[in-house]
Write a protein that binds this ligand. Structure first.
Ligand code: TYD
Ligand code: MG
Length: 449
């Protein structure tokens, strides 16, 4: 028998090399290469492939016509208007965030479809218990506790479901490869089989993929190229809110956002999320500022809390939750250098209320306002909010869609919003005062002098 062909793959980013390497030339990770058996070329040879003739653009049928609408509007939105027939979707997220719950809940609401749920992690009993908890049942929903791809494909071809759910891709193995479940080679090979199946049978397939806090366990990263859509489910397990972000979508916009609340009986869609992350309080404290952010195209007003106190021991601490630590360090350096604030002698703690991770750079201005408010120990009026990005020279940069931010802030009863003076087309509204600032010093003057 011919020796199987082997190659080495970086377990971190999936880079392929014919020989073992100590450091990955693609992602720079050390000692991350593992040997994988490369399956015999699965691509059919030119002679057996179906005829290759060109097709007129106008005659090509799109999958758009037969999207499956889901009763859950948040998921519909994230998918760009429903499930596209024949699409391969990856639902990625940290363990315990609610991926299985989201999928099961969605599937059990699609009563008219025949659904196959392949579970490699949990037993049938566990899934039944979850369905009971959700209070849902389904006449044609089938469970398959199996991880071997050959056995799974046999069942799939017999059952011919209208929708396949795989929980999770990291548990599947194909006997063509000798490597263990969860390795880059196995994940890639199994996903390729699902891709082929989805396209050939016009069945939507949703794969669950786990990621760790630092994005390790390469699975989802490797899969991004293979699948049509990547949805990322995120949030803090200690809090009830979850965000469903569209990271990639061949069939819709890639900046959509769905918002859910994890309740006793499943995930509840939140259709008006903009005010969720505002802290309700009677008293006003220093160190708190509200940011008018946009996640994707949805406005979210979130509260930033900062605590700046003199550092008593050695190197001052910087602790942050909900924001990139390096972003905070950069903003502190700007305040130090451009604003003349002596923050290097201070411990700094920063928190975004609600356990959210905000990506919108417009958050900067509220972060700086919260830091200064705590440093000066002077509170900011709770009817004030902020939206602006901060540059390295202390300038406050324009943000996207200012009109939408102003409208949402006004709707929620804010009376004053700080924006960059470089923002153009700012509508004037009688109910909200728009304050335009160009530099960090100006912000300081307007707030505290
Ligand atoms: P799960 O869907 O198993 O997460 P994942 O598949 O991403 O690992 O669920 C995660 C958590 O959600 C679990 O700790 C229990 C909780 N949960 C609820 O709070 N309410 C519910 O109705 C359900 C089904 C789960
Ligand atoms: Mg799960």
């Amino acid at each position: 028998m011919a020796k199987p062909k082997v190659a080495f793959f970086c377990q971190h980013c999936g880079y392929e090399s014919p020989k073992w390497l100590g450091k990955c030339p693609s992602c720079g990770q050390w000692n991350s290469f593992a040997e994988e058996i490369v399956a015999p070329a699965s691509r059919p040879s030119a002679s057996t492939r179906k005829s290759t003739s060109p097709v007129s653009l106008e005659l090509v049928r799109t999958a758009e016509e037969n999207r499956i609408r889901i009763p859950d509007e948040e998921l519909n939105r994230a998918l760009g208007g429903g499930l596209v027939q024949g699409s391969l979707i990856l639902l990625a997220g940290e363990p315990g965030i609610g991926k299985s719950t989201l999928l099961l809940q969605m599937a059990l609401q699609l009563q008219q479809l025949q659904i196959l749920y392949i579970t490699g992690e949990e037993s049938e009993q566990q899934i039944r218990m979850r369905a009971d908890r959700l209070g849902l049942t389904h006449p044609t929903f089938y469970l398959l506790a199996e991880t071997d791809m050959q056995a799974i494909m046999k069942v799939v071809h017999q059952l011919q479901p209208n929708l396949v759910l795989v929980d999770s891709i990291q548990t599947l193995t194909t006997p063509l490869l000798g490597s263990p479940a969860g390795s880059v080679g196995q994940i890639r090979a199994c996903a390729a089989i699902w891709q082929e199946y989805a396209k050939a049978s016009h069945t939507p397939v949703i794969l669950v993929g786990h990621i760790t806090k630092d994005g390790l366990i390469a699975g989802p990263k490797v899969l991004e190229h293979i699948v049509d859509t990547v949805l990322q489910f995120e949030g803090d397990r200690q809090y009830v809110y979850r965000l469903l972000r569209t990271v990639k979508n061949r069939f819709g916009a890639s900046f959509e956002l769905g918002v859910y609340e994890m309740a006793d009986r499943g995930l509840k869609p939140v259709s008006q999320p903009s005010a969720l992350f505002l802290h309700q309080k009677e008293e006003v404290f220093s160190g708190s500022a509200v940011s008018a952010t946009l996640e994707g195209i949805r406005p979210l007003l979130v509260e930033v809390q900062a605590l700046v106190t003199p550092a008593l021991y050695g190197t001052p601490q910087r602790t942050v939750s909900g924001l990139d630590l390096r972003r905070l360090q950069l903003l502190l350096a700007v305040l130090e250098k451009r604003g003349g604030f002596h923050l290097h002698t201070q411990d700094v703690f920063l928190n975004i209320v609600g356990g959210l991770h905000i990506e919108d750079p417009a958050l900067d201005l509220a972060v700086v306002a919260a830091l200064l408010s705590s440093y000066e120990d002077v509170s900011i009026s709770p009817a004030t909010c902020f939206a602006g990005e901060i540059g390295l020279s202390g300038e406050i940069r324009a943000v996207s869609r200012p009109a939408q931010r102003i409208a949402e802030a006004a709707r929620l009863g804010f009376q004053r919003i700080f924006l960059s003076r470089y923002n153009q087309d700012i509508p004037s509204r009688p109910e909200i005062d728009v304050v335009l600032v160009g530099k960090v010093e100006e912000l300081y003057q307007r707030l505290f002098q």
